[in-house]
Design a protein around this ligand. Structure first.
Ligand code: ZN
Ligand code: ZN
Length: 79
């Protein structure tokens, strides 16, 4: 699964006023590009396309937890 350069032909412009996923664009993690494509699979590399943004709630939760750890656990001093 590698980028063959086909995705460039389907490259999507950044939409104004709305999100990329909202305007029907899909993201290929392999090609690292947003494309306008109806299918679920990348026409270029054949990898499954992302149609929804990452779970923001989950991400925020993770960040909050790591922050708390920083506060409760004092830095270990190296001697
Ligand atoms: Zn590609
Ligand atoms: Zn791709």
């Amino acid at each position: 699964m590698t980028c063959k350069g086909i995705c460039i032909r389907h490259r999507a412009q950044k939409p104004v006023g709305s999100g990329r996923y909202v305007s029907g664009q899909r993201r290929c993690q392999i090609c690292e590009i947003f494309i306008r494509w109806e299918g679920l699979w990348c026409p270029c590399c054949g990898y499954r396309l992302r149609t929804k943004p990452r779970n923001l709630k989950y991400k925020a939760k993770l960040r909050a937890r790591s922050k708390r750890l920083e506060i409760t656990q004092p830095a270990i001093t190296v001697r």
